[in-house]
Design a protein around this ligand. Structure first.
Ligand code: FE
Length: 165
């Protein structure tokens, strides 16, 4: 019985990305502008990127490449390249994850309720491909009061202009 449960959990996790192509499997999901199969995502993402983006994993604090990045530029989705955050809204949260008080533009990221780990949190994902990015909390700075706590592994930083797309 224990083995069946473990196998079921592994299978459910492994097909998290593929499930995005079938929105009927997840009530809060919707069709994405970029939709790939699990095999296609595995081909283009590193194992760590896949773990975060497709399996809603979290990198350990203070280990990612961007939590302390102070350069100007745009943070894109590591899976599909969509612009998600700008250095203009990045701030020092002290958490060890890249933190922003707003996405680069309204609608760039989507949200859903996350009840894992015995907590109720708001998960955020790339609206274009559905890749998991991190969570948003209500303890951020002004003007929004929001803290988008994002995994570096879900982002690709493009140094340069910070203009909105
Ligand atoms: Fe994306």
């Amino acid at each position: 019985m224990k083995q069946i449960i473990i196998i079921t959990l592994i299978a459910a996790g492994a097909f998290a990305c593929a499930a995005r192509e079938k929105p009927e499997m997840k009530s809060q999901e919707k069709p994405r502008a970029v939709a790939k199969t699990e095999a296609e995502w595995r081909k283009t993402l590193t194992p760590q990127q896949y773990k975060v983006l497709c399996e809603e994993g979290t990198e350990p604090a203070f280990t990612g490449k961007y939590w302390d990045n102070k350069e100007s530029g745009v943070y894109r989705c590591a899976a599909c390249g969509a612009p998600l955050f700008s250095s203009d809204e990045k701030y020092e949260s002290g958490t060890g994850w890249p933190s922003f008080w707003a996405p680069i533009e309204k609608g760039a990221v989507g949200e859903k309720t996350d009840r894992k780990l015995f907590m109720v949190r708001t998960e955020v994902h790339c609206d274009k491909c559905g890749g998991h990015l991190g969570h948003v909390f209500n303890d951020g700075p002004k003007p929004t009061g929001l803290r988008y706590c994002i995994n570096s592994a879900a982002l690709d930083f493009e140094k340069g202009e910070t203009d909105k797309p």
